[in-house]
Design a protein around this ligand. Structure first.
Ligand code: PEP
Ligand code: MN
Length: 300
């Protein structure tokens, strides 16, 4: 890292790559995020019904996903839109994990809900609108669960790292960063996908970085291209919205892939994912060993 980069990021020493010998691999169930394996998190924007969630979980698992996503508490741009099923949604997510073996990531919006969501989820998602809610970050960190920290839509990369630092100093090392697009003067797409931000984060931090092409694109046709760009930029995995019937989705239908589109995207990504594993080479193998050792030693 250059001296200028270091000065700029001096406020967040614990997230920087040179603060650690190894990159962080976040243990989730029996695998890690941030290692050699490229990890796909997929599922509906919102948990709606049992049949919607189960069908999606089974489908994305067969297509190679490791983690089921789905919102039970939804931060909506309008207060009049569907706000999520709450506890009922969490129960459905846990049932889907039991049936499929997928891990579960779901958003927690309020520090009051942290104990409840932590009871059901394997990873707590901090949404774009909550990234700078430090009270929530502290409570989420103290739950001991891995945290998927989404970049605020008007947050700089340095802002994102400041929020990650808050989690780390609250004794939770298991932070996964997520680029989901930022607001710019461009309006043709829902957000502007910051691929350079992903490459930069991989250069300066030891934390895993996930690309969310769905919220960046805002339209399903653009999602596979952004996913490919995310892999090429160095992302460790993807967060993708998938729905059995996007036209009927209760939230974010326009950007959700249907099952066939998800399959096509996953197949097309394979060569890119293999290139990524090759590029990791020795470092990748060391990371895997290190993570397994941490898990064995009970360091999680
Ligand atoms: C989501 O993942 O469904 C979501 C609400 O994302 P974001 O916080 O990035 O808008
Ligand atoms: Mn969504």
């Amino acid at each position: 890292m250059s001296r200028t980069q270091k000065t700029r990021l001096a406020e967040t020493p614990d997230v920087l790559l040179d603060a650690r010998r190894q990159r962080t691999c976040v243990p989730v169930l029996d695998f890690v995020v941030g290692g050699v394996e490229f990890v796909t998190m997929a599922g509906p924007c919102s948990v709606e019904t049992e049949s919607q969630l189960m069908a999606t979980a089974h489908h994305v698992r067969r297509a190679g996903a490791r983690i089921l996503r789905g919102g039970a508490f939804k931060p909506r741009s309008s207060p009049y839109e569907f706000q999520g099923l709450g506890l009922e949604g969490l129960k459905l997510l846990a049932a889907a994990r039991d049936e499929t073996g997928l891990a579960v990531v779901t958003e927690v919006m309020s520090e009051c809900d942290v104990p409840l969501v932590a009871e059901f989820a394997d990873i707590l998602q901090i949404g774009s609108r909550s990234m700078e809610n430090y009270t929530l970050l502290e409570a989420a960190a103290q739950s001991g669960k891995p945290i998927l920290l989404k970049r605020g839509m008007v947050a700089t990369v340095a802002d994102l790292l400041r929020s990650a630092q808050v989690i780390l100093i609250n004794n939770n090392p298991n932070v996964i960063l997520c680029e989901r697009g930022i607001r710019t003067f461009e309006t043709a797409m829902r957000n502007t996908f910051d691929a350079a931000g992903i490459a930069f984060l991989k250069q300066v931090t030891h934390l895993p970085v996930i690309a969310d092409p769905s919220h960046a694109a805002g339209h399903h046709d653009l999602v596979p291209a952004l996913a490919r760009i995310g892999v090429a930029a160095g992302a460790d995995g993807l967060l993708v919205e998938v729905h059995p019937n996007p036209d009927q989705a209760w939230s974010d239908g326009e950007q959700s892939l249907d099952f066939a589109e998800f399959d096509t995207m996953m197949t097309a990504l394979q060569p890119w994912i293999e290139l990524r594993a090759m590029a990791l080479g020795e470092e990748g193998l060391e990371q895997r060993e290190f993570a397994l050792k941490r898990t064995r030693d009970g360091a999680i």
